[in-house]
Design a protein around this ligand. Structure first.
Ligand code: SAH
Ligand code: SF4
Length: 344
């Protein structure tokens, strides 16, 4: 059994015949989830005999960091491999006062958005909660962040609401050290998943990738929109329970000549009326090979778009991409790693 990802209850079962006292179970759980121990030997407040018995029946296995690329502004982008060969990516971005970690929930994505390298490379398996949490553990240790304030966003590879078991466990493990207010789950709009997310005991914040202002346009960019139409999505979001002061973040990837018109900008506030929200405009992160023909609008267009939203009293920010030089967007490092491994 891999201890990384184990719940308290699973640890209690594992320790049942060795030392079932609740404080022992709590000690082991804390080593794994708070101190992020990489080996049983580090668990110095456990008796040596117990560590040895544990070693006979369990391992501590994190994903392997195949590669770390560092960009300007301190961004570190990791490519992680799992024992079955699945490769995902995760990013650490230093911000003011904290570091934001962007984690992956699946080793690919079946949703197939046309502007997303992960989507174009295709579906991949669900990661378990422990495999997701392993990304966090490795980055926190390698970047010297254990104990430091971090935000966690599920904006790496995959659609979190198509992997609810994995996400639920990962949030439970993260919540040992990261407040759910500092965890954001980003979804392409899997409507039935929203109610399940809302029902979590420790509910993370919600971000929704909108990316379009009409059903027709959204379907062209995000095939999933045919299955879960914009209208149903917005109705579900209006019903989504929000803690006091919380807002839903709408992400809007800006594509030149496709969804960046002033008409789009004017439609947005009408569409989102009644939902406490903020809009995050994300200029497309281009990729010559996978996203040929798609480009980010120029700065003037983006500013004009943002200006229309601001004039309609919307809370709007533009994500002038961090670490574009290390291929900051969704799935792009993995694309590069795959390309380089395939090349002789
Ligand atoms: N599947 C989830 C979470 C992962 S994608 C979702 O779609 O929300 C995280 C974010 O990256 C989404 O908002 C998506 O729209 C954005 N994204 C994908 N490809 C991008 C690209 N090439 N440039 C900029 N943002 C991109
Ligand atoms: Fe999947 Fe999100 Fe990429 Fe769409 S944007 S293909 S949902 S990872």
């Amino acid at each position: 059994m891999n201890l990384v990802g184990a719940s308290r209850a699973e640890l209690a079962t594992l320790l049942h015949d060795l030392d079932p006292r609740p404080y022992r179970v709590a000690q082991v759980y804390q080593w794994l989830t708070r101190r992020l121990a990489g080996s049983l030997d580090e668990m110095t407040n456990l008796p040596k005999a117990l560590r040895e018995s544990l070693a006979d029946r369990s391992v501590i296995r994190d994903p392997e960091a195949l590669e770390v690329r560092r960009g300007g502004e301190g961004t570190a982008k990791f490519a992680f491999a799992y024992p079955d060969g699945a490769v995902v990516e995760a990013v650490a971005m230093p911000m003011e006062g904290h570091t934001t970690l962007c984690l992956s929930s699946q080793a690919g994505c079946a949703v197939g958005c046309v502007f997303c390298v992960t989507g174009i490379l295709g579906a991949g398996r669900n990661l378990t909660g422990g495999e997701i949490f392993g990304q966090y553990r490795v980055i926190m240790r390698q970047e010297g962040l254990v104990g430091a304030p971090v935000n966690v966003v599920f904006m790496g590879m995959g659609e979190p609401l198509l992997n609810l078991p994995g996400i639920t466990r990962a949030v439970e493990l993260l919540a040992e050290t990261v407040s759910p207010r500092r965890i954001t789950v980003s979804t392409a709009g899997i409507v039935p998943g929203l109610a399940k997310l809302a029902a979590l005991e420790r509910r993370p914040k919600l971000a929704v990738s909108l990316n379009a202002t009409t059903q027709e346009q959204r379907e062209r960019l995000m095939p999933i929109a045919a299955r879960w139409p914009l209208e149903d999505l917005l109705a579900a979001l209006r019903a989504f329970p929000l803690e006091r002061g919380r807002r839903i973040t709408f992400e809007y990837v800006m594509l030149a000549g496709i969804n960046d018109s002033l008409d789009d900008a004017r439609r947005l506030p009408r569409l989102l009326r009644g939902i406490p929200c903020k809009v995050n405009l994300i200029p497309l992160n281009p990729d010559e090979q996978y996203l040929a023909g798609l480009a980010a609008p120029d700065e003037a267009t983006i500013s004009a778009f943002a200006g229309v939203l601001a004039a309609a009293h919307m809370n709007v920010t533009v994500r002038w991409s961090k670490g574009r030089d290390v291929a900051a967007a969704c799935g792009q490092l993995r694309g590069q790693v795959i390309r380089e491994r395939a090349a002789p």
